[in-house]
Design a binder for this molecule. Sequence first.
Ligand SMILES: *Cc1c(COP(=O)(O)O)cnc(C)c1O
Length: 459
Amino acid sequence: MEYISTRNSEKTFSFQDVLLRGLAPDGGLFVPKIFPTFNINELENLRNLSYRELATKIIYKFCSDEFSENEIKNLVEISYRSFRAKDVVKIEKMGKLNLLELFHGPTLAFKDIAMQVIGNMYQKVLEKNNLKINIIVATSGDTGAAAISAIKDRRNMNIFVLHPDKKISDVQRKFMTTVNSKNVFNIALEGNFDDCQKVVKTMFADKTFSSSINMSGVNSINWSRIVIQIVYYFFSFFKISEKGEKINFSVPTGNFGDIYAGYVAKKMGLPINKLVIATNKNDILKRVIKTGLYKPTKVEHTISPSMDIQVASNFERLIFDICSNNSKKILNLMNDFSQKREFKLEKESVEKIKESFCSESLSENETRFIISEIYKNNKMLIDPHTAVGIGVTQKIPLKEKTIVLSTAHPSKFSDVVAKETGVEPNLPESLQGVLTKKEEYKRLPKNLENLKKYILKQI
Ligand SMILES: *Cc1c(COP(=O)(O)O)cnc(C)c1O
């Protein structure tokens, strides 16, 4: 399979390039030149596979030049060994809705599902090529923890994680800062998540710096994360749908990575009706679908911090596809964006997006209300991100069955959940150590040169 950049569809890249670079050299995002598809019969043959079998089949489609199917099978096996759910994920019925619980991995958010596999993929590729890399990643809370858990103690990699100082939950921070491993470096940046992401993007774009340290990224812009996330759309679809039935997915969205994986699943032939973009007050995606204008406003700090994002990086992949892989058009839009901090989509593009997507947002009060209602009616504790995913389905009339992605364990946001339900959600026993272990992190100002110096000193 060949890959191209959303900003240059002429030059092609291998899966190994895509995995290790994260971002294309021209600043664009990697996408496959042609998406693999399953016809109806092939889809039915996937219906009864176990999660791990399905993961092997789907992931292999995207990286068969780099790995054998058996290698992928082994990577998948090793990666999900520590998960607390037999099938990696769990599905809970809740009336008309189905909750797809994606938080049974080591750091209690959906990001573990992709990151654990990526850690093992990196190791394999680096060993084959005798390479050493430095991973630098910005996190709105959960990516960092998932990445650290996947990369810690590995020989060929260091990982630097930038989180926005004081803007993530205590439990989120502790999952990162209590790991105590020689190759893990935590940085609390004095700014918000968009600042963290911008700094990382600028470092990538600085070719002298990024190549001097063999810099790599595992942010949700890394294509391999998307590939691994496609799997649970297929898996849950088969568990919930009858043959020939279309269903919806509601996805709590920040950087547009998780929901874009759903879009790829749809492109591959999975009969998804609508993908619902569920956002908190940071509703740039809802606005762009309404008006075509992509214009970030100030990031609002909310009780669902992993979605406190205004620049939804993966959205570029969607518009590239909607504009029929016209990379010149994307380049123009992105130039507009870097100069004016906004761009406008054509009406036709917006209509195309609406064929697959709809969007709603939830206020803080509405989110709190959902957490308390779900506890009252279903005796279930849900985290605030999942609550946003559920809440928006009450604002949009949808006839079909809907699967809501439940993206984090309630104990990761225990303060909010306890306040709304009166019940303190407990961390799974095996993870309770993070609450008391010693934390280690470096607080740094929002200054690029400073940051580079710090990184160079550690490696
Ligand atoms: C990262 C995250 C999201 C948002 O996912 P994107 O891929 O950035 O859209 C939602 N919920 C939780 C709990 C997360 O950690």
